[in-house]
Design a protein around this ligand. Structure first.
Ligand SMILES: Cc1cc2nc3c(=O)[nH]c(=O)nc-3n(C[C@H](O)[C@H](O)[C@H](O)COP(=O)(O)O)c2cc1C
Length: 461
């Protein structure tokens, strides 16, 4: 069998993910593996059509395609996303149609599921036969049981190809026919309350997005800053070199405008609006590059307390994965996500009203310094980072370790002596059947609210 492996690591062959592919290759030497370094070679692939066509022909003549990639900032590396854009822009979807696909990904399991959902949905858009994923922690290859499991996964994949097995479609095709937005309601202009407001946009050639952004920026008494990502000198995508781990210094420092933009415009803003158009179930690959390059701040939140909104042209309501990526990104950043305005409306007035509501809420919530509490997305995500930076990733991410100490991220070991003593007493008491019965029948519910009731009843709280 001929299997094409699309390598999504910007590090090319020196990739953690590729070690898993190499292991499969060793165990299944009877198959031919064609590994193509997509992310590392994206400029060549994009600019030299012969190379692009060669890759597409390899896929066309293959029996199966393995999407093998590291998780990068809730999804795939921006160059991999660019490759996905090229597949559709250059209309070569037919090369993928009917091919058996699987995913091998490595990460620290921080939002690996959103990256997997993304590529699964792309496989479905390409009418591939998607057979499933294997998501690994970076160092899982060291574990015998996981190596065995990986072999079973690979065997199942090859069996599916050989047997022409039936596969499941998990995602419907997106249907999107927006109205041509023309602003129609004029509201009184709003005072910015001396808040620093920044809109960062790309895809402003998209007429709806352009008009929505214009409507938003012109709704204030004072001018606010609009940054068009296409005007910013960004020399390249994240290299995955991890030079930033020591003290947040990026390999691109002094070489382009990205770091100044992030440090001087974004970190200093009170209110940020991200504006973009959906392309192939994400925002553009330029937007992805923006988020990936933000990794020079490694795992340290940098948007604490900011109010954030999104203005999006595209079918966001049909792509809940992208919505979750945005929500999770901001919960992890400890910012407050105020809302999304999209052009998925049947009337201009509805878009105007939502834009106005976003404007008012951004200002109001910034003035009162509100941040809604984190959900599972933020709480669980931070616990993964906490454990990794405390443990295996403390080196090379020394800057995170320092920041996590200052931010009190290390909320363990949970000393809580009082709770431990009470627990020991209660556990001992449950050994006595009559007391156990009393606790688990009537007392339990009351005990759960006892401390909360005291706060409610206390006139000083
Ligand atoms: C810029 C950058 C962003 C990353 N983003 C994530 C992430 O969102 N979630 C995660 O679990 N791991 C993330 N990682 C960790 C990588 O997924 C992990 O180290 C992976 O094994 C690297 O694979 P590779 O060597 O094949 O590139 C990130 C690493 C880098 C350098």
């Amino acid at each position: 069998m001929k299997i094409v492996v699309l390598n999504g690591s910007p590090k090319g062959d020196i990739s953690v993910t590729m070690q898993y592919v190499n292991y499969i290759q060793k165990k299944f030497a009877e198959h031919e593996f064609e590994i193509i370094n997509i992310s590392q070679r994206i400029n060549q692939i994009e600019n030299d059509n012969e190379i692009f066509e060669e890759i597409i022909n390899e896929i066309r003549s293959s029996d199966g395609v393995i999407w093998a990639f590291p998780v990068y900032v809730f999804a795939v590396h921006s160059s991999y996303q660019r490759f996905i854009e090229l597949i559709f822009e250059r209309k070569v979807q037919d090369a993928f149609k009917g091919k058996y696909a699987s995913i091998i990904t490595t990460s620290i399991h921080f939002y690996d599921h959103t990256a997997l959902n993304h590529i699964n949905s792309i496989c479905d858009d390409l009418d591939m036969n998607y057979t499933g994923y294997f998501s690994l922690h970076m160092y899982d290859l060291q574990k015998e049981d996981i190596r065995k499991n990986l072999q079973i996964f690979a065997q199942n994949y090859f069996d599916a190809i050989r047997n022409n097995s039936f596969t499941f479609k998990n995602y419907d095709k997106v249907k999107y026919t927006p109205i041509e937005y023309t602003p129609s309601i004029t509201y009184d202009k709003l005072d910015t309350s001396n808040k620093k407001i920044v809109v960062i946009a790309d895809s402003l050639e998209n007429a709806n997005l352009n008009k929505m952004v214009n409507k938003f920026t012109s709704s204030f008494l004072k001018d606010i800053e609009l940054i068009n990502l296409q005007d910013v000198d960004i020399k390249g995508s994240c290299l995955g070199c991890m030079k930033c781990g020591y003290n947040y210094e990026c390999a691109y420092t002094g070489k382009d405008e990205y770091i100044d933009l992030y440090n001087n415009k974004i970190k200093t803003a009170d209110i940020i609006v991200f504006a973009g158009a959906i392309k192939y179930r994400y925002l553009s690959s330029e937007w992805k590059r923006f988020f990936d390059r933000g990794f020079f701040n490694t795992h340290t939140p940098t948007l604490l307390g900011k109010q954030v909104g999104f203005i999006i042209s595209g079918p966001l309501k049909q792509i809940s994965n992208l919505r979750q990526i945005s929500e999770s990104y901001l919960e992890w950043q400890q910012a407050n996500l105020v809302g999304f305005v999209t052009d998925e409306h049947s009337s201009n007035e509805d878009i105007d009203k939502e834009l106005y509501a976003l404007t008012c809420n951004l200002i109001k919530l910034s003035n009162i310094n509100y941040r809604k509490p984190s959900t599972f997305l933020g709480v669980a995500g931070m616990k993964i980072f906490r454990d990794e930076i405390w443990g295996e990733l403390r080196f090379p991410f020394l800057a995170d370790h320092k920041a996590y100490k200052a931010l009190n991220v290390y909320d363990f070991p949970q000393k809580k002596y009082k709770t431990r003593i009470i627990n020991s007493i209660l556990i001992l008491m449950t050994k006595i059947p009559t007391i156990r019965k009393a606790i688990y029948s009537s007392k339990m519910k009351y005990n759960m609210i006892e401390s909360l009731k005291k706060i409610v009843e206390d006139p000083t709280t």
